[in-house]
Design a protein around this ligand. Sequence first.
Ligand code: SIN
Ligand code: FE2
Length: 215
Amino acid sequence: MTADLFADQTPAWQEPICPGATVLRGLALAEAPAILSAIEDITRRAPFRQMDTPGGFRMSVAMSNCGPLGWVSDRQGYRYAAWDPATGEGWPEMPEGLRALARHAAASAGFAGFAPDACLINRYAAGARMSLHQDRDEQDLRAPIVSISLGLPALFLFGGPTRKDPARRIPLTHGDVVVWGGPARLHFHGVAPLKAGEHPATGPFRINLTLRQAN
Ligand code: SIN
Ligand code: FE2
């Protein structure tokens, strides 16, 4: 009955972080060149920019968006907006392949029916970081977050429901995908300061995309 021994095993490329959160190793590897070329087009129309926090700090990560909605931050607060405040134009379309990959990733992690309407594109240069935060600007918290990492490696910090919960330090490399939702949907997370380096696909940067169902 060897089959039974393996019946409930998670495949090796899926690494559970905690209930509701999973790392999907290399799931975006095949699509990475297409995604990176789409990001070049997108950021020609909606350039990377460092946004200000409501508290008046400038973020070290440079950001853009694609899809019907984009995440923005300024002195007025955090929100989703249909227009890019830097250009007055709508955000560039979300590539269909990216949407399909995110849907597949969500389903693989146990969240069927994911239909993202926003994709935040983060660009980390050496030293850039993201402090621990919750993703809570989305209308319906039943949908998960799907995060795709490209380029330079980073340490992803994944904590618990309160800021003081200890955070796991999870190395993420080119092509890795993380999905969190359900009981982990509001867990605190962040990114440690990026180490300088050079990646064949992205040069001196790490690119992270987070797909969200914002509305
Ligand atoms: C985020 O929390 O929006 C970004 C996460 C990451 O860059 O891995
Ligand atoms: Fe986040």
